[in-house]
Design a protein around this ligand. Structure first.
Ligand code: SAM
Length: 268
């Protein structure tokens, strides 16, 4: 049985996506490990390391000594259960000795956020004002001022948005000039052999694992289909530029042959 998302009108997509993530929230982290054979952890590590969040020595020396650099405000959109947020804070603290910069985790789904809050109790950031949780649709971040964010991250989130271009424009609005937009998302595999293996895994094994482990085949079927429909690396660069960002070369970084990709842009 299919979720039949192809035939879902735009107006209903949001609530269908909501139902998917409410259903998968409690098993989400386990399922990620199983479905990706733990590789999503490596991609997320790579993503955060490549962004080098937090104030670092180079930031400090390029800023005039009269005005000490301000702590950064990092925004993790579609932050779900906190995987990216925890990594951002760990990197800022452990690698850059930045104990001030803070992360706002935002997600449209309260069930995902409450899983994240629960998980945060086992991190050093439990109860810290460096970590906050906000329920919001990425297409309308009305709680955030213009030009208030230093780094915007979105990992495996944007393909679920009804209006991706609106979300990119909202990212542009909330970022400060010089601020970075960074996206980690499933993408297109170049190599035919790898693509064959990958497609067989995703269309065959993932819905089955979803059924057996999470008791929910349809949600995982949806996730696989949404990956299929997401634009190619090159097309997505065009959408980022369309929102006003500058995309420096190389315009993206493929991970595991393009199963996932990192895109970055900065607000001029
Ligand atoms: N970033 C996390 C990670 O990498 O593990 C979670 C990714 S999860 C696959 C996708 C998330 O996107 C879900 O938590 C879902 O609720 C959220 N989401 C879907 N549509 C959204 C929207 N319009 N605005 C904000 N978040 C949304």
């Amino acid at each position: 049985t299919h979720f039949g998302f192809e035939n879902v009108p735009e107006s209903e997509k949001e609530s269908r996506v909501g139902a998917v993530f409410s259903s998968v929230a409690s098993s989400y982290d386990t399922m990620n490990d199983l479905m990706s054979l733990y590789i999503h952890r490596l991609w997320k590590d790579r993503f955060v390391r490549s962004l080098n969040p937090g104030l670092h020595p180079t930031t400090a020396t390029t800023t005039s000594s009269s005005s000490p650099p301000q702590p950064q405000t990092l925004l993790d959109i579609a932050g779900g259960t906190g995987d990216i947020a925890f990594r951002l804070l760990s990197h800022a603290t452990d690698i850059n000795n930045d104990t001030m910069s803070r992360v706002i985790v935002s997600d449209i789904n309260p069930a995902m956020l409450s899983e994240g809050k629960k998980r945060s109790l086992e991190t050093p950031w439990a109860g810290s004002e460096r970590l906050s949780w906000v329920e919001a649709n990425a297409e309308r971040l009305s709680m955030l001022d213009d030009a208030s964010i230093d780094l915007y991250t979105v990992a495996f989130g944007i393909r679920n948005f009804t209006n991706k271009q609106a979300a990119l424009e909202e990212a542009f609005r909330v970022l400060k000039p010089g601020g970075i937009f960074a996206c980690l998302e499933f993408s297109k595999v170049g190599n035919r052999l790898l693509n064959g293996v990958y497609k067989r895994w995703s269309f065959g094994a993932i819905p089955l694992i979803g059924q057996l482990v999470a008791g929910d085949r349809e949600s995982y079927q949806y996730l696989v289909e949404s990956i299929e429909k997401f634009p190619s690396q090159r097309e997505f660069v065009g959408m980022i530029e369309q929102a006003g960002f500058m995309v420096p070369e190389p315009a993206w970084e493929d991970l595991t042959g393009g199963i996932a990709a990192i895109h970055r842009g900065f607000k001029p």
